[in-house]
Design a protein around this ligand. Structure first.
Ligand SMILES: NC(=O)c1ccc[n+]([C@@H]2O[C@H](COP(=O)([O-])OP(=O)(O)OC[C@H]3O[C@@H](n4cnc5c(N)ncnc54)[C@H](O)[C@@H]3O)[C@@H](O)[C@H]2O)c1
Length: 329
């Protein structure tokens, strides 16, 4: 039985702790949160003991640490858990600073730690099935990847101020997905962005509507579009086009029921937001980490994937503010 220490009992910590508790191969041994009530309530639900972050990291009867605390704590906690010899599953991002990620990954590399980063979209059953067929050659040589990601409604402007901006906070998932699909590094990034949804987001120095074009050294192109608002719900679609055809994965609806009448065809709304839409992806991600541990292999996406996605987010932010394409080193 793999014994986990879960750090953070907030929105995503709850989702992950429940998956571990339901797994036959793992258990939540300990749980920590800065808010004692949050820790106590989730610990009771998943059958864990409440402990401090420090005690969990140094506990001899903890094999793996799952980090679901706020972004600013991730790099320090990864380093501490790595130095304590634990396997680590950390929520995205490692850090909003590429320099800080590089320093953190040096520690991880020195200790040869198993570090997985929570880019859950790779584990969405529909996106994973598309990627599987793509990588098996179903459309020949991939030439163009298109990723559409739109939130149902914008976050409060206060959240935006501390988020690192749309490219680092929201599009980071799409940068990882684009690398995963295309299988090559992007060397050029060109971004456009506007605040069209909420003036307060613009006043906070961010955008809520963005489009990014990226190109690999061999010429493959990815196009990502993001919006902080979609009147019809959480819009998550991808399409890949290649020499022998096209693959696409559409939205997931509440049900597949359609009403047809003289006004046309009408379907159910799409699943509302990330906890619903990516519920299975979050579970599959944690189970892939557990399965990897049981087999003695490190799961992807790893720290390097976290670094590369952050570099693309930084390049997009720079391109948006300068209005020029940016080369990624
Ligand atoms: N992969 C995804 O789709 C996804 C989705 C949501 C959040 N996240 C990431 O997960 C992280 C947490 O996000 P969230 O939405 O769950 O936030 P949240 O605010 O709901 O939960 C964070 C929890 O951590 C606790 N906490 C804060 N500082 C702590 C510390 N030093 N030690 C222990 N506990 C501490 C808080 O009390 C809170 O309960 C963020 O980095 C975010 O980027 C990823």
């Amino acid at each position: 039985m793999i014994r986990f220490g879960v750090l953070g009992a907030g929105r995503i910590g709850k989702v992950h702790a429940r998956t571990i508790a339901a797994s036959k191969q793992a258990t939540v041994a300990y749980l920590a949160d800065a808010m004692p009530e949050a820790a106590a309530s989730l610990a009771a639900e998943v059958g864990a003991m409440v402990a401090s972050v420090e005690d969990i990291i140094k506990a001899k009867d903890v094999d793996a640490v799952l980090i679901a605390t706020p972004t600013g704590t991730h790099a320090d906690l990864i380093e501490a858990a790595s130095n304590a010899g634990k396997a680590i599953l950390c929520e995205k991002p490692v850090s909003l600073s590429v320099e800080r990620i590089l320093a953190c990954l040096k520690v991880v590399e020195k200790n040869k730690s198993n570090l997985m980063i929570g880019f859950n979209r790779r584990f969405d059953p529909n996106f994973a099935a598309l990627a599987h067929r793509l990588h098996a050659g179903a459309i020949g040589n991939l030439e163009l990847a298109t990723i559409i990601s739109r939130d149902p409604a914008p976050p409060p402007a206060d959240y935006v101020k501390g988020s690192g901006g749309l490219f680092r906070d929201m599009m980071i998932h799409d940068f990882d997905l684009a690398r995963f699909l295309v299988g090559e590094e992007f060397v050029t990034v060109h971004a456009l962005g506007s605040a069209l949804v909420d003036e307060a987001i613009g006043a906070a120095g961010d955008v809520d509507t963005a489009a990014v074009h990226m190109q690999t050294a061999s010429g493959k192109i990815a196009v990502i579009t993001n919006s902080r608002r979609a009147t019809y719900g959480y819009d998550q679609r991808i399409e890949v086009h290649g020499s022998k055809g096209m693959l696409r994965a559409g939205n997931v609806h509440n049900t597949t029921v359609e009403l047809a009448n003289a006004d046309g065809f009408q379907g159910d709304p799409v699943l509302n937001f990330f906890t619903e839409r990516y519920g299975q992806a979050y579970a599959n991600e944690v189970l892939a980490f557990i399965d990897g541990m049981a087999k003695g292999v490190s799961a992807r996406p790893n720290g390097h994937d976290g670094l590369q996605a952050q570099k693309l987010a930084d390049a997009a932010t720079e391109s948006w503010s300068s209005g020029k394409p940016v080369k990624v080193g």
